[in-house]
Every structure is written in structure tokens, then in C-alpha cells.
Ligand binder design. Structure first.
Ligand code: SF4
Length: 582
């Protein structure tokens, strides 16, 4: 009783501080409870969640309300009490909704999906549910990376962009006579994957032999990702609900351009959001103007911000409106003095760049198409603009990497530091270089999808070496990730539905993955450390993301030959690679 009252109180308190939430009567509408599988504090800074909420509620026949994981301090008590999980807007139990939809952005949130189902009193496994339960729809970026580890938990996996998926979901509900009919209708729509409609068989060596659609279901052999052909007619994803109770405070987040033309061989986002599609400048600015009473800070969410053909004008107008601007990481080859001056003028003091590695040779292997000379020239421009700090991203565990490449990380960092100091001295104020070094997790849907992750012992040795190389350098601070963290992330990223029991065990034991894997007997090494280049079928082949395997194979071979695939501004070329979007 107490927990139930607390939940209602917390929801009302959160609403009282929000601007922009939607309240609609439920009668006669499709009722969608939309979950972000983490806390309100984390979820409300997620542009994917904000966008899907807007898209659902933009439909007159849908009412969508949000639900989050309770704060850590209250989770155990809420689980123990059995008080049903309620939505924020109307404090209605989630079990009463037609759809319980999840927007999942990170593998680490998989266990939270199960905790939310548990809190709502809904069985984890699709096989244990029926028409009395809401339809469990799992969407978000991870579902078109590799949905398979989540397959046993989802009635439907929504793979692709919400702008396309939401209208299809509504029309299938409107037309369906019952739950089976609904699933069949969804399975025939682009972007909807119904895992229970497929039998998966395995070869003697444990690899997947084939996904077979069950007869009579109408399920396709592969599910084509749903994607917008152009962004001209759609609103840019942007913050629609403002609240001070979130990670980025009342920051106005907006997506400026989708995709990146560089095609780095390890980069899932680069390949999977092609072709590069810019959102209309006028709409971005209109939304920024509308958000101004609630926000002074604009977060520009794009993996390659400067690919927007009108980025300078956008920045100019945002500065005129009085926004301070935080860009995501900037791609070096597109930086201009004007862009840097505008960011500096808006109050930004730090620029984030991703050299990924220290040597030109290894950058050719991964197709990061800049050289050390270009990086140093860009850094000179960055510090000359008045920026004080630099944030760097590097990776280790890359194919063909040697000790010389690790030393090169240190050498490049020292050269960047020299540039920073040279500009800082006349100002009398020295900034910082903050860096992070992450082991490569080979990702589905990239040129490295067949690659085994580097062994624990080798990565461990490299981590120690990099820590030693970077230790004790004044004004340089590095965070070098532990290899175990990456190992379990790789398991969730590269696994198939046989990994699901480990997710359930980790949810029960509070996130102890080592124990979860041991208890369930999941062969984690098989998924993480195996060379997949001879596998007949990869777990994520069930989703057709639009890129051709032959292209990835050619890119992988070029990597080993240390050859670039050069990326001039080439949206047209990228479009040719994408049969899905044509
Ligand atoms: S430049 Fe960055 S976003 Fe673009 S493909 Fe490379 S890593 Fe991905």
C-alpha cells in the first residue's frame, strides 16, 4: 500500500515540474505504456524516448504514457511490495494498457527490461503470455543491431525508425480481429519481427543453421528494417518534455543530421543510419525558438554534425537566440574556424574528437580517413579558436594492432598536449586533455561483424601498457576501460536467443554477469571469441539493415590491406549501397 502511494506521489511530483507532457483520455484509443528501461533521470535525456513519445501521441487514436525504472533506493521495496507499476501521466497500472513498448538504447539495460516486466506483473517470456497481457513491443537502436538475445522476451521487435513504425503499428491494431491476427499483420509489415514465428535450427558446431518462418504466419525469411527515405517531411527528433530532473538538465536536444558518410569499419552507427539525411534547417530553428523559454542550452545530437550542409547558419541562429551549444563529438575533416568560433562564442570550452588510434597505418585499417597531420592541424585550429580543453576517444584491440600503435597513442596525445600548452601560456590558463580508451567490441552490421573479440589476456596486457604509457603526463587524464566490462557487452551484442537465460539470471542476481553465465551454462566464449567468418547464418541476419554482406567482406579485406575507402561528401554513393531505402 505504502509503495503504491509512493509511486503515485512520485509521478505527480515529476509531472508538476515538467513542461510538454501529454494527457489524453483513454477511451476508444490504443493505449501504449512506453518504457525506457532505466530511471527517469537517465531516460528523460534520451532523444529516442522523447521522439517515440511524440510520434505515438501525435496519432489522435493513440494515448501514450511513460514509465521508468524506480530509483535504486526504492526498487527493492517496490519489487517486494508487489505494487503494480504505474505510468507517470495518469498513474494507470501498466498491465491495463494494450501495448507495453520499450525503447532500448543500450545492452546494459536488457536486465532492466525484465525488471520492468516483473514490476508490471507480466511474465518475462512471450511464450508464457496471452491476450490478457499487453503486447510487448521492443524497439530502439539495439533492436536493429541484433535483436536475438531479446527475442524470447518480445512479442514483437520493432526494428528501424519510429517515424515509419508507429503508423504501421496503429493500422495493424485497428484492422486486427484478435491477437494472432495482429501478430500476423505486424509480421507482414516492414520493420516488425515476431520471434515466435520462427524456428531456429543449429548446426553440430553450435552455429545457427537457419531461421525458418513457421508456415501460416506469413512471416518473411528476413525482416527489412524500416527507415525513412528522406527527412524532408519529418520533424527532427527534439526534446518535447522539459524537466530539471534529468541527466542533462533542461537541455534542448535536437537531431540535426542523421548518419555519417565516413564508413569507419567498426562503426555500427555509421553504417546503420545511412544514407546521410539532414533535417530541415528551418524546422530545427523553429523548434529551438519554441523551446527557448525552457532552455538555455542546446545539445546537438548527431554522429557527424558538420555533415549538415547548413550547419554554420544553424549555429549562428542558435547563438543569436542565446543558446550555449554542446555538440556531440565532432568529425575533424569538416571542422572550420567559423564553426569553432560559433561554438566558442556560445560558451563551449571543450571539443571532443575521436582519433580512435595513434597511427596513420591503423587508421587506414579501420577506415578512419584522417591522418595525424590533419588531426594536429585541426587541433591547432581548435586551440586557436580559444577552446581550452580537448576530449579524445581511442580504441585498442583493433585488427593488426601492434605495440607501436599503442605507443603512437601516447605520442599523438603528447603532440596534442604541446599544442594545447602553446595556446594556453599566453592566456595564463592551462586546460585539460581528457581521454578514454575502449577495447573494440566487434559489432553486428559492420565490416568487423565476423571478427572475434581479442582475448582477455591480450586486451588486459594492452590496457596495462596504455595505462603505463599515459601515466603521469601533466594535464592529461585518461580512463582506460576494463576488459571484463567489454566482454559482457560483447556477449549481449553478438549473442543469439540462447543468451536469454543469462539475461534472466543477471536480472535475478542484481547484475552479476559472471555468476549469471556460470549458473545458466551459457557458453559466452563461443559468442565472443569465435571467428564467425565461416558461419552460414549470423544471429542478426534475421534483420536486413540494408547493407550488403559482399560490401562488408570487401571492406574487411581492404582493412587487412590497410586501404581506405575514401569518403568525399558522398550521400549519393551511400544511397547506392542501400537497397532497403530505394
Ligand atoms: S566518423 Fe565517427 S560516426 Fe562516422 S563512421 Fe566514423 S566513427 Fe562512425
Amino acid at each position: 500500500m505504502k509503495q503504491s502511494w509512493l509511486q503515485h506521489e512520485r509521478a505527480r511530483d515529476l509531472l508538476s515540474k515538467e513542461v510538454g507532457y501529454v494527457r489524453k483520455p483513454h477511451g476508444g484509443k490504443l493505449r501504449v505504456a512506453l518504457a525506457f528501461p532505466n530511471t527517469y533521470f537517465v531516460g528523460m535525456s534520451n532523444l529516442g524516448l522523447q521522439t517515440v513519445y511524440r510520434l505515438f501521441n501525435a496519432e489522435a487514436d493513440i494515448v501514450c504514457e511513460r514509465v521508468f525504472l524506480p530509483p535504486k533506493s526504492e526498487l527493492a521495496a517496490q519489487l517486494a511490495s508487489g505494487a503494480p507499476l504505474v505510468t507517470i501521466e495518469s498513474q494507470t497500472p501498466v498491465g491495463q494498457f494494450d501495448v507495453f513498448a520499450f525503447s532500448v538504447s543500450f545492452e546494459w539495460d536488457y536486465t532492466n527490461v525484465l525488471t520492468l516486466l516483473r514490476l508490471a506483473g507480466i511474465p518475462h517470456r512471450a511464450a508464457a503470455r496471452d491476450h490478457r497481457h499487453p503486447l510487448i513491443v521492443i524497439g530502439g537502436a539495439v533492436t536493429f543491431v541484433n535483436p536475438e538475445p531479446l527475442a524470447p522476451f518480445a512479442d514483437v521487435i520493432a526494428a528501424g525508425e519510429g517515424e515509419v513504425l508507429v503508423p504501421s503499428l496503429l493500422s495493424a491494431f485497428t484492422a486486427a480481429s484478435d491477437r494472432d491476427d495482429l501478430l500476423r499483420r505486424l509480421a507482414s509489415e516492414r520493420g516488425f519481427y515476431v520471434p515466435s514465428f520462427y524456428d531456429v535450427t543449429y548446426a553440430d558446431d553450435g552455429t545457427i543453421a537457419v531461421f525458418v518462418p513457421r508456415s501460416g504466419t506469413g512471416a518473411p525469411p528476413v525482416v527489412k528494417k524500416a527507415a525513412l527515405k528522406t527527412t524532408e517531411a519529418v520533424d527532427p527528433p527534439a526534446t518535447t518534455i522539459f524537466t530539471p530532473d534529468t541527466e542533462f538538465g533542461s537541455r534542448f536536444l535536437v537531431e540535426v543530421v542523421r548518419g555519417c558518410a565516413n564508413l569507419c569499419r567498426f562503426c555500427w552507427a555509421g553504417y546503420n543510419y545511412l544514407p546521410v539525411r539532414a533535417f530541415p534547417k528551418e524546422r530545427i530553428l523553429e523548434l529551438a525558438q519554441r523551446a527557448k523559454p525552457y532552455s538555455n542550452r542546446a545539445g546537438l545530437v548527431s554522429i557527424a554534425l558538420c555533415d549538415h550542409p547548413e550547419i554554420e547558419e544553424i549555429l549562428e541562429r542558435l547563438v543569436e537566440m542565446g543558446y550555449s551549444i554542446s555538440p556531440a563529438s565532432l568529425r575533424l575533416d569538416d571542422l572550420t574556424p567559423r564553426i569553432l568560433a560559433l561554438l566558442r562564442q556560445s560558451g563551449e570550452r571543450t571539443v571532443t574528437i575521436a582519433p580512435e588510434t595513434g597511427s596513420d597505418r591503423l587508421r587506414r585499417v579501420i577506415n578512419k580517413t584522417v591522418t595525424n597531420d590533419e588531426i594536429l592541424a585541426a587541433a591547432e585550429m581548435i586551440f586557436a579558436s580559444g577552446m581550452e580543453n580537448l576530449k579524445l576517444y581511442y580504441m585498442i584491440g583493433l585488427p593488426t594492432e601492434t605495440d607501436a600503435d599503442l605507443v603512437a597513442i601516447r605520442d599523438l596525445t603528447l603532440q596534442l598536449r604541446d599544442l594545447m600548452l602553446a595556446h594556453a601560456r599566453p592566456r595564463g590558463q592551462v586546460g585539460r586533455i581528457v581521454g578514454s580508451v575502449n577495447p573494440l567490441v566487434p559489432k553486428p552490421g559492420t565490416a568487423y561483424q565476423w571478427l572475434p573479440m581479442e582475448s582477455d589476456s591480450s586486451i588486459d596486457r594492452k590496457i596495462k601498457r596504455v595505462r603505463m604509457l599515459l601515466a603521469g603526463i601533466d594535464n592529461v587524464y585518461f580512463n582506460v576501460k576494463s576488459e571484463r566490462h567489454s566482454f559482457y557487452q560483447a556477449l549481449l551484442s553478438l549473442g543469439d536467443r540462447r543468451v536469454a537465460p543469462a539475461i534472466e539470471a543477471a536480472e535475478r542476481n542484481g547484475g552479476n554477469w559472471r555468476a549469471a553465465v556460470a549458473e545458466t551454462g551459457v557458453d559466452a566464449d563461443f559468442f565472443v571469441f569465435r571467428d564467425r567468418s565461416h558461419d552460414a547464418v549470423l544471429p542478426w541476419d534475421i534483420i536486413d539493415g540494408g547493407m550488403k554482406d559482399s560490401f562488408f567482406r570487401a571492406e574487411f579485406d581492404k582493412a587487412l590491406r590497410e586501404e581506405w575507402t575514401l569518403p568525399p561528401k558522398r550521400q549519393k554513393e551511400n544511397a547506392r549501397l542501400l537497397p532497403v531505402l530505394q
